[in-house]
Ligand binder design. Structure first.
Ligand SMILES: C[S@@+](CC[C@H](N)C(=O)[O-])C[C@H]1O[C@@H](n2cnc3c(N)ncnc32)[C@H](O)[C@@H]1O
Length: 339
């Protein structure tokens, strides 16, 4: 290897380490709402600090570092402005990713990631190692953390909802139940595209209590029933079922339990659509493999799966995988039918 090759590799490694710190700086800038404060005009770090109860010289250093990655920019006179990237951090901006950034890097999630070495040693989930209980128990007991999670999921899913609604033809379906549907972003997007369709949003009672927050629910509200409960016990009857980013939260055993509950409510021949990442073979960059680490850290036994692994758990619960439909996102639609 030449010394130039060696230098390139070393830089690549250092860049990866620095990116992780930039992600933390991004979280911090988002937490203090700097993108919102810069929505209408450029501001000095002193003005930003006064409005956010922060330390002006440190704000300047934080935003200067982020500007190097395209978030915010510093003008020649020293004031800061938004860039198209930092606009995404605004609470009120179109396609706001604010809640996504706050969710992925917040203290609760970050603490769990510190236990990844323990997870690699023992196979036990990092979240459980750190908090002594699983994520769903924790979020239930800490409603503020639950609200950050639900808002974060809504924000993440807003990136995918259109891609998914566009990738599948819901025309022949009368009523669709979104099982573990969070605050309803995906179901709302599908119902908005298909005016004939009726929906049932099903999730835990404390989650469906804030249905519609963070997205445009009003236009579809009258066509959707909202039901609270546990998908380990029962789910409502519908003509077809959707499970988005749910199966990946659970071990094979628990995933089969959830799918069996759906099987019990469904009739033979009815459709079940699972929206999840599919882990690809080979060494090419694969969001699914990185999301799989999130599942390892956050969930008790959750994992991203290959198509074959999905076919196996679907089959064990009484569903036949019919086809896999790619979407313009890192999730695919696995269409299956109840036997
Ligand atoms: C990763 S989130 C996905 C939310 C939504 N489908 C989306 O993609 O935006 C998983 C969802 O499963 C729900 N969930 C967890 N345990 C549940 C249970 N026992 N019964 C019903 N829903 C549950 C959570 O409340 C959460 O909304």
């Amino acid at each position: 290897m030449t010394s130039a090759d060696q230098a390139t590799l070393t830089k690549r490694l250092l860049d990866t380490l620095l990116e992780a710190r930039i992600a933390h700086a991004l979280y911090t800038a988002t937490k203090f709402g700097f993108a919102d404060l810069l929505a209408s005009e450029p501001k000095t770090s002193t003005e930003l600090a006064e409005s956010s109860n922060t330390h002006a010289p440190t704000v300047a250093r934080l935003l200067r570092a982020l500007a190097g990655s395209g978030f915010f920019a510093q003008l020649d006179d020293g004031r800061f402005v938004n860039t198209p990237l930092s606009e995404l951090l605004r609470a009120d901006g179109a396609n706001s990713m604010r809640n996504n950034v706050l969710f992925i890097n917040d203290d609760i999630m970050s603490q769990a990631w510190t236990k990844l070495p323990g997870t690699v040693q023992t196979g036990k989930p990092s979240f459980d190692l750190h908090y002594g209980e699983n994520i769903w128990q924790y979020l239930w007991k800490h409603p503020e953390a639950g609200a950050v999670f639900d808002a974060g999921m809504t924000s993440i899913s807003s990136m995918y909802a259109n891609a998914m609604a566009n990738a599948y033809d819901f025309e022949g379906i009368g009523t669709i139940c979104d099982v573990g549907g969070g605050r309803g972003i995906l179901l709302g997007t599908i119902l908005a595209k298909y005016p004939h369709l009726r929906g049932i949003l099903f999730d835990q009672p404390q989650v469906v209590a804030s249905v519609g927050q963070g997205h445009d629910w009003a236009p579809v509200k009258d066509r959707c029933q909202v039901v609270g409960g546990s998908f380990f016990e029962s789910v409502p009857e519908a003509d077809a079922y959707v499970l988005k980013s749910v199966i990946h939260d659970w071990s094979d055993e628990d995933a089969v339990r959830i799918l069996k509950t759906v099987h019990k409510a469904a009739k033979p021949g009815q459709k079940l659509l699972v929206f999840d990442a599919i882990v690809q073979p080979g060494n090419a960059p694969d969001d699914g493999k990185v999301l799989d680490l999130f599942m390892l850290v956050m969930t008790t036994g959750g994992r991203e799966r290959t198509e074959k692994e999905f076919a196996t758990i679907l089959n064990a619960a009484g569903f036949d995988l019919v086809r896999v439909i790619p979407t313009q996102s890192n999730k695919s639609i696995l269409e299956s039918r109840r036997r």
